[in-house]
Design a protein around this ligand. Sequence first.
Ligand code: DGP
Length: 121
Amino acid sequence: MIYDSTNIFARILRGEIPNKTVYDDEHVLAFHDVSPAAPIHVLVIPKGEYSSFDDFAATANALVIAQFFKKVQDIAVLVGADKTGYRLVTNHGADAAQSVAHFHIHILAGKPLGSLLAEGA
Ligand code: DGP
């Protein structure tokens, strides 16, 4: 997947679209999802141009990947998601219904989240 810098999260990173920021540093931005699927629904994105998890894991350097995932855990704690449990979701490509082509992790928490998928195989 080629990175398209017109995607909505690239626009958020450029400050063109407002967001409800949870955490911001040189490498990572975390913000509330615009249409939350759980009481806590935070998106964590790297500031680098990666179109999906698949692209990130395949092309980013190992230290960047490790630091990003450590930061996801820090942010889960920051928003209190660790207290009763949380789910991480990342979608890559059409079958996963990825709708924004900038790598992001969903942190979902704040209620019992049920089974992994709404539909069976
Ligand atoms: P995915 O389907 O995994 O690509 O998830 C994309 C998520 O991004 C979806 O849960 C809705 C969220 N989203 C889309 N546009 C915006 C936006 O402009 N602001 C925020 N905060 N979230 C958005």
